[in-house]
Design a protein. Structure first.
Length: 330
């Protein structure tokens, strides 16, 4: 039996999570599911964005599926806190084109591997007494850089990719990004059959637009990876098609890249694809490979047939109707 914690969060997080639950009900899996709270709505009720009950459930689970949360002023992001507490050092963000979806490029299939624990997202900031000057500390270590590079090479082998690109800015950030680049090439020596190269982060951003087919796997640091993955999502139809996995040595945390979208929250019109692709990644993590593949095929078929789609895809259906259509194919 797998123990899974579901954290819907706020806004459309609640709606896409309902879609995920419909699909989970169709899967032939022995699951123990715990539904827990986090985010802005949770803060209003409990005074915290991430209750200890939620965190403890996540820590004791085989996997966590997360929806979306609205930013709360002066409060830590629950998803960032979860990543830290679960020690999920690697963030996997696949960029893939689906037939039937209007894309800038319709032939893409690559993976961004983002370091998840360091860099500017460590949130170590200070501000002067008069609030006229602020500083953010950016920490890059050999240990974390080597670990994320190792994960990238393993993902390359698992998914039959042939090449890894390291994205950095070591010409300007000579010490921090210097460590990241050096660590990448140190690990690369252990994988001589995989092609490697590196680009400065600004060049990488340009090449994602001009020649994205060149990429198989991109490995990079925290902030760079966040920016590149949103850019990549724009190539294949937007954040509605952007799933992600946060991977550690003991835990897996899965979430769509999109936010809580308060402008459409409650209207049951959000695209559930990113959430269901994140669920597919969770199944892959749990070694339920066939179920993972079948779910992605069901999503592909639904998008290609264009019979049951949400408004952003040119359809007239609700989030739940689209999720049910995918579940019924399963």
């Amino acid at each position: 039996m797998y123990k899974v914690t579901l954290i819907a969060g706020d806004g459309i997080g609640k709606e896409v999570m309902e879609g995920a639950k419909i699909v989970l009900d169709k899967l032939d899996l022995n699951l123990s599911i715990s539904e827990k709270h986090a985010g802005n709505d949770c803060f209003k009720k409990t005074g915290t964005t991430l209750p200890s009950e939620t965190l403890n459930s996540a820590k004791s689970s085989d996997a966590v599926l997360f929806g979306a949360t609205t930013s709360t002023p002066n409060e830590n992001s629950p998803i960032i806190t979860l990543r830290k507490e679960l020690e999920t050092y690697g963030n996997l963000r696949p960029i893939k084109s689906f037939k039937g979806v209007k894309c800038i490029y319709d032939n893409l299939d690559f993976l961004i591997v983002r370091e998840n624990t360091e860099g500017l997202y460590s949130q170590q900031e200070t501000i002067s007494k008069d609030k006229s000057e602020a500083e953010a500390l950016r920490i890059i270590t050999k240990k974390a850089s080597e670990k994320i590079s190792e994960l990238a090479f393993k993902q390359c082998i698992k998914h039959n990719y042939k090449k890894i690109t390291c994205a950095h800015k070591s010409n300007v950030l000579k010490k921090t990004d210097g460590i990241f680049k050096e660590s990448f090439y140190k690990i690369a020596q252990e994988y001589p059959n995989i092609k490697t190269n590196d680009y400065y982060i600004d060049a990488t951003a340009m090449y994602l637009i001009t020649k994205p087919q060149e990429f198989d796997v991109i490995v990079t640091s925290n902030l760079y990876g966040d920016i590149l993955s949103d850019e990549g999502a724009g190539l294949v139809g937007g954040l509605g098609f952007a799933p992600s996995a946060n991977i550690g040595d003991e835990h897996g945390l899965f979430e769509p890249v999109h936010g809580s979208a308060p402008d459409i929250a409650g209207k049951n019109m959000s695209n559930p694809t990113a959430m269901l692709l994140s669920l597919s990644m969770m199944l892959d993590y749990l070694n339920e490979i066939d179920l993972s593949i079948n779910l992605e095929k069901a999503i592909e078929k639904t998008l290609k047939e264009k019979k049951v789609l949400t408004p952003d895809l040119g359809g007239v259906n609700t989030t739940i109707e689209m999720a049910k259509a995918i579940a019924n194919i399963l």
